[in-house]
Design a protein around this ligand. Structure first.
Ligand code: ACO
Length: 322
């Protein structure tokens, strides 16, 4: 039986920092409202770069951190719902940007903000069944291109970023059992519309913006995060005391503090950086992981619980020994 381990982490964020005050210059909002409702103070916005550029930079950083030759990579998975274009995938664009010449399976995976958790489950399975020996898993989003910048309910929440890990075959089980799940979005509370022109039907162009019913998503998120934490601990026969840090999808401070309160978990167990970057969807967990490793908050041997939720609705959690 093969096991897998994370041997490198890296991230990339665009240079432009947009504060809450900057947003209040063109929409009716203010720093006090955004901070109190979400905990977000700033976000990064990509102006010249697209998703594959940020993904590339995070991949290069993760490969450097891993200290391996890029040609060892045999699989690239990019979790994203804001690819450069529908095809080729961001993963295939990376094969080109990284100038990989060896055999590489490359594909994108869309599980919205849970993309990294889903991607880790797939990457782990590919390593366990012998298909891959070394996988580059990246969460990358340029959400600013699918924001409705006139909708203050959504545009204040999101940011652009990428985070990457290198996952390698290992003798020790370091990526433990995951819990991944989905439930139907019956009331269509979260998504991005997309419609193609079809000569044979009436075509009404739709605006390709992210839409969201915030209150409904909030309720779902609290339940999904709680359930995922409980289920993944149970699957691995662990207690919350066994976990050094929880790295949640960084959507909203209030969601995390509600979960912490309900579950009696110390809020300091949650690693949070959403104040700086906002909600970067599939990039948020690897970005936080990479930052926590770089700042030495997370050390080798720490047990981490990664937990995500997002459109679909999708949710899930994984436990790793770093
Ligand atoms: N600035 C100022 N006022 C605002 C803003 C804003 N940016 N946005 C909304 N308001 C107003 C509303 O219009 C409303 O005014 P009204 O009472 O006059 O109608 C008032 O503030 C309260 O609005 P609510 O929607 O009730 O505010 P709420 O406390 O629910 O907070 C929020 C809104 C922050 C969106 C919250 O519902 C939330 O965090 N939901 C979860 C969102 C989330 O996590 N989404 C992403 C998850 S999945 C993924 O990552 C893709």
């Amino acid at each position: 039986m093969n096991y897998s381990e994370i041997i490198g982490v890296g991230s990339s964020v665009p240079k432009l920092v947009v504060s809450n005050d900057d947003l209040s210059e063109f929409i009716e909002t203010n720093d006090e409202w955004i901070t109190a409702r979400t905990g977000i103070k700033r976000r990064r916005i990509a102006v010249e770069k697209n998703t594959s550029d940020l993904a590339f930079e995070s991949a290069v950083a993760a490969l450097k951190n891993a200290g391996i030759d890029k040609h060892e990579v045999d699989t690239i998975i990019v979790a994203t719902f804001s690819p450069d274009q529908l095809s080729p995938s961001v993963a295939c664009l990376l094969v080109k940007k990284l100038q990989l010449k060896s055999r590489v399976m490359a594909f994108d995976l869309n599980a919205a903000c849970t993309g990294f958790i889903y991607g880790l489950e797939v990457a782990k399975a590919l390593i366990e069944n012998g298909t891959s020996k070394c996988t580059l898993l990246i969460g990358a989003e340029v959400l600013s291109k699918i924001m409705n910048w006139e909708d203050r309910n959504t545009c204040v929440l999101f940011g652009d970023a990428a985070g990457a890990i290198v996952l390698k075959v290992s003798e020790e089980e370091k990526v433990l059992k995951s819990y991944v799940d989905s439930s139907a979005d019956i009331n269509n509370v979260l998504g991005v519309a997309k419609e193609f022109n079809n000569k044979f039907k009436d075509y009404v162009p739709v605006k390709e913006y992210l839409y969201m019913n915030g209150a409904e998503v909030f309720k779902f998120a609290v339940k999904a995060v709680r359930e995922s934490i409980e289920k993944v601990l149970e699957l691995n026969n662990l207690n919350i005391e066994d976990i050094d840090y929880i790295i949640p999808h960084q959507a909203n401070y209030r969601i995390i503090s509600r979960v912490a309160n309900k579950m009696g978990i110390d809020i300091n167990k949650f690693y949070l950086n959403l104040e700086e970057y906002g909600n970067t969807s599939a990039a948020s967990i690897p970005l936080a992981l990479s930052e926590a490793v770089a700042s030495k908050v997370i050390k080798e041997g720490d047990k981490l619980l990664l937990v995500g939720f997002g459109a679909g609705m999708t949710y899930g959690a994984t436990i790793i020994k770093y």
